[in-house]
Design a protein around this ligand. Structure first.
Ligand SMILES: Cc1cc2nc3c(=O)[nH]c(=O)nc-3n(C[C@H](O)[C@H](O)[C@H](O)COP(=O)(O)OP(=O)(O)OC[C@H]3O[C@@H](n4cnc5c(N)ncnc54)[C@H](O)[C@@H]3O)c2cc1C
Length: 452
């Protein structure tokens, strides 16, 4: 990036100290959890922005966008950098827009809609919401760090998805306001079905500056760890709880042995050689739940109240993609896939994979609701990495036996899941970022207008 452009950038924000040029700082703000994938680790390690800027309001974001557009400089948004696909890593340098200082919860309406800036941490929003009788419909296991903007632009669901589906379902995202990268950048608002043009686009077609996120009435939750002698028995009990409308639940995660051995801070919840299930169940159902566990031949190895994001231990810290983190801490040979199993043939698919790949793959299932109300077993299986070819062989086999894969070893939207078949994200990109300056290279089907 030319010198003059750096100097000019400082004029777009009220305090030049919020323009960061120190290489270590810029590199840190250019990176996320891309190293989760040995493939992306190799591809992206050297990629970095030229400069980072930390706007504090929408006017500054707009000024930065106008400046970037005027000088044809790529611009990449960043929340907390907990994405695991290299989503916020700039492939063509340029400006990193760190939105973490735009962190105001503006309002929580009486109907339970949070209106907030993009840099609000999800844990902070959960706390503000519960103080008003609401809670997040769902949150990623990165709750403590991740921002609302990053979740909407890069995430998909998590704890709570068993009841409320993914972010794209049930009108959870009511509206989005964002800054465009048109010839004249401006602030645009999309509401209703229009949010799907911008949602989960990795910041490729707009910089989110305000979001309207539907919450749900708060529930008093209990956390449970339940052990079963076999993975099959654990699966059947977890599925029964997940599918039955009688249970009020926020989390149903099944781990096969030896995955629980990776959870060193909560070793006490593990039962040697047994499969484990982590649940969040309404406290009002404690007694009935314990009875159901006993009837099914399970053993409660831990129970405790969820009292907010700082609860210790917080069992959700071991679920969803955090399972991968604990496995990698135990042994860096582990990586992962993001997979959807069949609702009816899940166990058979696990058996086929076990027969073909042995202990190169380990299963944990995250039960979740789909937009049409079905309960399905999603999964982020652990994979013992050897070569990229072997990884691709495993992906190919998963597809062959009827599973779905959102490939976490690619750095573009189309194959990583959530890219919409109706093409509205691409059409929005063509409209709002015709020159392809927003997070370039992440939407492969887009062809920028290479006008001077
Ligand atoms: C251990 C671990 C566990 C995880 N668990 C889950 C999980 O349970 N569920 C889940 O869905 N994800 C999960 N993720 C992925 C990630 O944590 C979530 O997607 C998270 O919500 C990202 O938030 P962030 O603020 O860190 O975003 P970032 O990583 O900073 O950004 C994510 C993407 O959004 C874009 N972006 C950020 N802010 C804006 C903005 N204001 N406007 C436009 N674009 C923007 C970035 O350019 C990037 O493309 C996990 C990741 C890790 C490492």
């Amino acid at each position: 990036m030319p010198e003059f452009a750096l100097a000019g950038l400082a004029e777009q924000v009220a305090d030049a100290a919020r323009v960061l040029t120190a290489p270590a700082a810029v590199d840190r703000l250019s990176k996320d959890f891309y190293w989760y994938s040995p493939v992306l680790k190799r591809q992206l390690a050297e990629k970095t922005g030229d400069v980072a800027v930390q706007p504090v309001n929408v006017e500054e974001v707009l000024a930065i966008a106008r400046y970037a557009r005027e000088h044809n400089i790529p611009l990449t948004a960043r929340g907390a950098g907990t994405g695991n696909y290299g989503q916020c890593i700039p492939l063509e340098g340029g400006i990193i827009v760190d939105l973490s200082r735009m962190d105001r919860v503006e309002e929580i309406t009486a109907e339970g809609v949070a209106v907030c800036e993009p840099g609000v941490r999800l844990a902070a929003l959960e706390q503000e919401a519960t103080a008003r009788g609401f809670e997040l419909r769902m949150y990623p296991s990165t709750l403590a760090k991740a921002t609302v903007g990053g979740f909407l632009a890069g995430g998909s669901g998590g704890i709570g998805s068993i009841a409320h589906g993914m972010l794209r379902d049930f009108d959870t995202v009511r509206a989005l306001e964002f800054v465009t990268m048109e010839d004249e950048p401006r602030v645009v608002r999309h509401a209703g079905a229009g949010v799907h043009e911008i949602l989960h686009c990795w910041g490729t077609n707009g910089i989110l500056t305000r979001v309207w996120l539907a919450l749900t009435p708060a529930v008093a939750w209990s956390q449970y760890a339940v052990a079963f002698p076999t993975y099959e028995a654990a699966y059947h009990f977890a599925r029964e709880v997940a599918e039955s409308e009688a249970w009020t639940k926020r989390l149903v995660t099944v781990f096969e042995w030896p995955i629980p051995t990776f959870f060193t801070p909560v070793k006490q919840v593990m039962a040697d050689g047994q499969a484990l299930i982590f649940f969040m169940i309404a406290t009002a159902q404690d007694e009935a739940f314990r009875e159901a566990v006993a009837r099914a031949g399970g053993q409660v190895t831990f129970s405790g109240a969820y009292t907010g994001p700082r609860t210790q231990p917080l069992l959700s810290d071991y679920t969803w993609n955090h399972t991968t983190l604990w496995a990698m801490k135990a042994d860096p040979v582990w990586t992962y896939l993001q997979a959807g199993f069949s609702r009816t043939d899940c166990l058979q698919q696990c058996q086929l994979l076990r027969a073909r790949f042995g202990d190169e793959i380990l299963f944990h299932l995250e039960f979740m609701k789909t937009g049409d109300g079905q309960i399905i077993p999603g999964s982020i299986p652990l994979v013992r990495f050897t070569t990229e070819e072997r990884l691709n062989e495993m992906i190919g086999y998963c597809l062959e036996i009827g599973m779905t894969i959102a490939n976490p070893h690619v750095n573009y939207l189309e194959d990583s899941g959530r890219f919409r078949a109706d093409n509205v994200q691409l059409l929005a990109k063509e409209r709002y970022d015709p020159r392809g300056l927003l997070n370039p290279g992440k939407m492969l089907s887009f062809r920028p207008e290479r006008r001077p």
